[in-house]
Design a protein around this ligand. Structure first.
Ligand code: NAP
Length: 338
């Protein structure tokens, strides 16, 4: 099916889009970003979530839509934006694909599979051409890091990457936000996704440990290798912090050459999707609701002219998830890859 962008109806009939996990943090943000970017398109929307949400309504472009329970008899749609955990994705994504949908999946279920492109539109847009019905959105921490690394990699070469993350509680979904809010009030949230109290704390564990590295740290390593098509040495430490929205990363890159700081600024400034702040640093509160990856505190180490450090911040729900997924959707439509 060749799709066209122009007009209110890209396929000559309403574009059928399902949002699976529409009631969650990523699902709701997907709806927001769709409203911002697809307001002029004729869309038939299918909102799916757990049985708990069946019958609830969500607004989209001034219209109310009823949420339906996700069941094995899935609707026939053009595109499905999956915003549920990886177990549910594994179970339900193939059912949508069987019915002719292209799925953009936010979970980690298919990210490292050979025939599934793992795409950040600013970084490896052409990988979407290889899709077989499923395209994965990378992990939120990986997305903002590769947007920063890609222009440096192309211009100067990269030998090693040292990264410490400061990841907000919304990265763990609704339950992460509930846990922080409840603990702030002095309570305990029984269903917390964190291994210990997060309020007034920082936790250097995201996921389970294997070979000394957490699941999140392995995701950063392996997903970056796949996206950049390079086995860079990456040394991550992933940390959960009591911030509601916005992931921060302290990154030091050992380049293969020794450019001037001006050369680095020029290369980063000309890369789509990056916002550079030369004067002051950017914090998570500054980036909430924004789509760019914010880079500040750029500096070379005085004893190593190849060691470039930066502070890189992005909204994990937008560029780290929803915006990236909608950018992929836009590319699919533009390229007629339906
Ligand atoms: P969330 O806030 O916990 O939302 C989870 C969604 O899954 C809700 O809509 C929930 O519906 C639905 N769900 C739960 N059980 C279900 C079931 N049995 N059947 C159908 N739907 C069910 O999580 P999230 O943060 O949005 O994350 C969604 C996915 O995106 C995850 O794979 C996550 O790893 C990934 N991701 C998240 C972020 C982030 O920053 N949060 C970034 C990148 C990727 P109910 O409301 O009915 O329970």
């Amino acid at each position: 099916m060749a799709l066209e962008v122009a007009g209110s109806s890209p396929v000559g009939r309403p574009l059928k889009i399902a949002v699976v996990g529409a009631t969650g943090l990523v699902g709701r943000t997907v709806l927001k970003v769709l409203e911002e970017r697809f307001w002029d398109k004729d869309i038939e929307l299918y909102l799916l979530a757990s049985e708990r949400s069946a019958g609830k309504t969500l607004d989209f472009l001034n219209k109310s839509y009823e949420v339906k329970a996700l069941e094995y008899d899935v609707p026939e749609v053009d595109f499905a934006l999956f915003c549920v955990n990886s177990e549910l994705s594994r179970k339900f994504v193939p059912l949508f694909v069987e019915k002719g949908a292209i799925v953009i999946d936010n979970s980690s279920a298919f990210r490292l599979e050979d025939n599934v492109p793992l795409v950040v539109p600013e970084v490896n847009p052409n990988d979407i051409n290889e899709h077989m019905g499923i395209i994965s959105n990378p992990n939120c921490s990986t997305i903002q890091m590769v947007v920063f690394l890609k222009p440096l990699y192309d211009a100067f070469g990269i030998e090693e990457v040292f990264v410490s993350t400061y990841q907000s509680v919304s990265g763990a979904g609704m339950k992460g936000v509930f846990a922080l809010n409840e603990e702030e009030k002095g309570g305990i949230y029984d269903d917390t996704p964190f291994p210990m109290r997060i309020y007034r704390n920082v936790i250097p564990q995201i996921g389970e440990f294997s070979e000394g590295f957490s699941t999140e740290e392995w995701k950063i390593i392996k997903e970056t290798h796949k996206i950049l098509k390079a086995n860079l040495k990456i040394y991550p430490t992933c940390v959960r912090v009591p911030v509601e929205v916005g992931h921060s990363e302290a990154i030091t890159v050992i380049l293969k050459s020794s450019p001037s700081l001006k050369d680095v600024y020029d290369v980063l400034k000309s890369f789509k999707g990056i916002y550079i702040s030369e004067e002051s640093y950017i914090t998570p509160l500054d980036v909430e609701g924004k789509d760019e990856v914010y880079v500040s505190r750029l500096r070379f180490h005085p004893d190593n002219s190849r060691a470039l450090s930066a502070w890189v911040v992005a909204d994990n729900l937008r560029k780290g998830a929803a915006t990236n997924a909608i950018q992929i959707l836009e590319m699919l439509i533009e390229r007629g890859l339906g």
